[in-house]
Ligand binder design. Structure first.
Ligand code: NAP
Ligand code: MG
Length: 496
């Protein structure tokens, strides 16, 4: 622990809920169904005030019923034209926009996300995800050409029921990101949200139904990953699995997918490098580096390994601390707060155990290193590791914990950037165009940003290398994944 810390504001005790009715059940074949067994979800804003909701705990029977409904729903939805599906998806986007405040308020309560950020950014992005795929699927031109005396046409056939499994961080936005291409492609879906933040999935299912999704095209199953999630991915009637979460769960799901020979995509964790060269706009780089504590570091894309050219070490550190000191920890619903709590006490303990092991391995805590007493906030933490092999450098913490290392030249920067088993994203800060291209092209990651972060054109591919994932989503890549591509060949001069 050091005396460099960010300010912490108190949390209001009153957890006023939201206008929208909280759905706690499963939506199967267009019907809301409750299970007798439940699990509770609490608010990280005020953990001790008891459960926000008791949510239906699906089991193997519920999973089988949901897949059965999705098989029937696919018969209808999969036979609609792209225009018909696009109309419903645009209506769903409109409904999301109309319900922005309720969605943002509920997600903030359920997982602690900053409410204004949800309202201004993430819910809108959810609507955009549906609009983008509605438009892409309509605009899609089938590839057609003549070769070997045949007309060749490549057709995208909807694949069948798709299981969509999402994690607890940014649950609403990530769910829309994965559901939109599946539905646009003509697949029926069974969504299984995370146990720690299940509530906004109920609003989304409600809105999907209101938008005119036929019964069984859109199904929601609540419950525990190892129970209902495992049953869903093992069902041989499922034709696609798309998963975002940890590498550990990704392996389990990969086994199930292999058993049934089902294509799956896995968006997994990250340990992104944030590389700052001496020629960089230092102020912009240090500001961005300090903002990697955003969302309490519960961001897969975050640049959590800060790598700075040795010659600018002190200047960088001074500016970084200046910006990190200005971050205000507090109630995610308040506009004067920058950083909310972490999602769950178990996660807080996990973060602390990473920091404890980093120290035991010889790491030096530069700032932070402990929770804020009496809340689920964790102090923005910077650690100088004893070596690049230290666990704190090599494994994803998924909390507000960054590491700081220096390099002496470009070759060492690239070598350090590529030195973990992950490869999701990276950031490079330099004002040299040659270096931007050289280093950007040498880094092994699905996404590399130079002098910026997070924003990308949504038609670009998204995904990770190494243990950060399998497959690519985004734009046409996701539509191809959710389709069975067929090549139709008709011999010249045999039809008229
Ligand atoms: P997780 O523990 O892997 O869980 C993800 C989802 O899988 C949850 O819905 C979970 O249910 C379910 N699940 C667990 N075991 C399962 C099984 N055997 N079969 C089927 N489903 C199962 O991940 P998390 O802790 O929620 O999320 C954090 C991780 O997600 C981090 O590693 C983060 O980097 C990664 N992430 C990656 C991206 C990306 O785009 N690359 C984006 C966001 C997050 P329960 O909740 O009930 O366990
Ligand atoms: Mg919760």
């Amino acid at each position: 622990m050091t005396d460099i810390s960010s300010r912490a504001l108190p949390i209001d005790d009153d957890l006023a809920t939201v206008d929208h009715a909280i759905r706690t059940g499963h939506m199967i074949g267009g019907q809301w169904i409750e299970s007798d067994e439940t699990f509770e979800t609490r608010s990280p804003l005020n953990w001790d005030s008891g459960p926000l909701a008791n949510v239906s705990r699906g089991d193997a029977k519920i999973a089988a019923a949901a897949v059965g409904a999705a098989v029937n729903g696919f018969e209808v939805w999969g036979s609609w034209t792209a225009h018909q599906r696009a109309e419903v998806l645009h209506r769903l986007a409109d409904l999301i926009t109309e319900n922005t405040d309720e969605i943002a308020a509920l997600e903030t309560l359920d997982m602690g996300f900053m409410q204004e950020s949800m309202r201004a950014r993430l819910v809108g992005r959810g609507a955009v995800n549906f609009r983008l795929y509605a438009d892409l699927v309509v605009e899609h031109a089938e590839r057609a050409w003549n070769a070997k005396n045949m007309d060749h046409t490549v057709q995208r056939m909807p694949a069948g029921p798709a299981v969509v499994i999402t994690p607890w961080n940014a649950p609403f936005m990530l769910s829309t990101w994965k559901l939109a291409p599946a539905l646009a492609a003509g697949n029926s879906v069974i969504h299984k949200p995370a146990e720690w933040s299940p509530l906004t999935a109920g609003i989304l299912a409600d809105l999907a139904q209101q938008a005119g999704m036929p019964p069984g095209a859109y199904n929601l199953v609540q419950g525990i990953g190892s129970e209902v999630g495992a049953a869903l991915v093992a069902d041989p009637r499922v034709r696609r699995i798309t998963f975002t979460g940890s590498p550990e769960t990704g392996r389990h799901i990969g086994h199930a997918a292999a058993e049934n020979l089902v294509p799956f995509t896995a968006e997994l964790g990250g340990k992104g490098p944030l590389v700052v060269f001496a020629d960089a706009d230092l102020e912009a780089a240090a500001h961005r580096a300090a903002w990697q504590f955003d969302d309490s570091g519960q961001v897969c894309l975050a640049g959590t390994r800060i790598l700075v050219e040795e010659s600018i070490r002190d200047q960088f550190m001074e500016r970084f601390n200046h910006h990190a000191n200005a971050l205000v920890l507090g109630d995610s619903r308040r506009s004067d707060t920058d950083i909310g709590p972490v999602v769950h006490p178990i996660h807080l303990e996990r973060i602390q155990s990473f920091v404890d092991r980093a120290v035991a391995e010889g790491g030096r805590i530069v700032r932070g290193g402990s929770p804020v007493e009496g809340s689920l906030h964790y102090q923005p933490t910077l650690i100088e590791p004893a070596s690049n092999n230290a666990e704190i450098v090599q494994r994803e913490v998924f909390g507000p914990v960054l590491t700081f290392q220096t390099f002496s030249d470009e070759a060492e920067a690239v070598q350090l950037a590529n030195s973990t088993a992950y490869g999701l994203s990276a950031m490079v800060w330099t004002t040299s165009s040659e270096r931007a291209n050289r280093v950007g092209r040498s880094i092994r990651a699905g996404l590399v940003w130079v002098n910026t972060f997070l924003v990308r054109d949504l038609t670009a591919p998204f995904g990770g290398c190494g243990i950060s994932g399998i497959g690519r989503e985004g734009g046409d890549h996701a539509l191809d994944f959710h389709s069975d591509l067929k090549t139709l060949m008709i011999l010249d001069d045999t039809v008229s």
